[in-house]
Design a protein. Sequence first.
Length: 145
Amino acid sequence: MNCPNCGTGIIADQQYCRSCGVDLSGDRQRTFDPRAWGLAALMCIFGGLLIAMGAKMWSVKWLLFVGLVITFGGMFAIAAFGLIRQTRPRKSRPILTSQPAPAILAADTTNKLLPIGENDFIPSVVENTTELLKTGSKVDQDRSM
């Protein structure tokens, strides 16, 4: 099973994605769709303007008033939605830990200097790699026989 947001592999009983933090529970449905309400507010604005222009052409004052009220209602809805989005506190992503950290054992300090004479030859990480490669190739030859 993969996360629907980032595609990371998840376990079936996880509530949040460990990679992106998206809610995976799925039992809560979103009751407020901002795109749908924004579209409805825009339709109110343009519909009200069309009604008001038609009323002006037909000289019907009450219809002109209704068109202007619908237009201003749509404008108010868009402005209120913008203000609500700015003042609403943001949800913080939960920090999930898979397991509690194990107890760290006390160790000797590593910043002690070696005694004089013991630091003449410090082998590097790749010191004996060619010898290991030679013995590894002999083992491979023995296996192939």
